[in-house]
Design a protein around this ligand. Structure first.
Ligand SMILES: N[C@@H](CCC(=O)N[C@@H](CS)C(=O)NCC(=O)O)C(=O)O
Length: 214
């Protein structure tokens, strides 16, 4: 098994997920923008040239962040980050999908440039609108978190990891937390206090390349 990792919020989701599980996976850290992710060898792993990619022991390549986490969850269900029952899994996937569509997509475009080099489609003229959409959607998440500890109630899940990685990324590119978002800010602080938040920081990428235990 090999994780193709790099800077950016999507790979961070996988690192944070692995840290929550206490799992190590052999990791190849790529430097986006140098062209390493656009070589024929890498495009054979993911024709979109994006990270993360998880290459499994039989040579299959899984890309798309949440699909990688779903795959790992099947191999190592404990501690559960998607759910123990069909109902819990349904609830986690509902929130994960909402975060993906309502937060990840607008947040990634809010700064109007690509930190990953020229290939990633960016629309500087859309940045302002994307920032407004992200703000509106995060205001809705703030309202939803008013009466719960995590997105799935008491249960910390993949949906929280996804939201956290993209909020933190947003903060790093100037889309900070609004002072009006008291519930979301409390949730952010709760999640930041988890060891997996620090363990998944980019400065810690090398230490994630542990001996494979999956
Ligand atoms: N939908 C993909 C998005 C992956 C993605 O955009 N990854 C960024 C890093 S956060 C990347 O590889 N960018 C390089 C590029 O687009 O050329 C996922 O869920 O994994």
């Amino acid at each position: 098994m090999m994780l193709y990792d790099a800077a950016g919020p999507n790979p961070r989701v996988v690192r944070m997920y692995l840290a929550e599980k206490g799992l190590g996976v052999p990791t190849h850290v790529m430097v986006l923008g140098t062209g390493e992710n656009w070589t024929p060898a890498y495009l054979a792993r993911n024709p979109l040239g994006q990270v993360p990619v998880l290459e499994t022991d039989d040579g299959s390549c899984i890309s798309e962040t949440t699909a990688i986490c779903e795959y790992l969850e099947e191999l190592r269900p404990e501690p559960p980050l998607i759910g123990r029952s069909a109902e819990e899994r349904g609830e986690t996937r509902m929130w994960t999908r909402r975060v993906d569509l309502m937060v990840c997509e607008p947040v990634i475009y809010t700064h109007g440039f690509s930190p990953f080099g020229a290939r990633r489609a960016t629309k500087p003229q859309a940045a302002k609108a994307m920032r407004a959409i992200a703000h509106e959607n995060l205001t809705w998440f703030d309202s939803q978190l008013a009466d719960r500890r995590f997105l799935c109630g008491e249960r910390f899940s993949l949906a929280d990891i996804l939201l956290y990685a993209f909020l933190d990324y947003g903060i790093s590119v100037g889309q900070g937390l609004s002072p009006d978002w008291t519930a979301l800010t409390a949730w952010y602080e709760r999640t930041s206090a988890r060891p997996s938040a620090a363990a998944s920081l980019e400065s810690r990428v090398d230490s994630m390349a542990l001996s494979g235990t999956v």
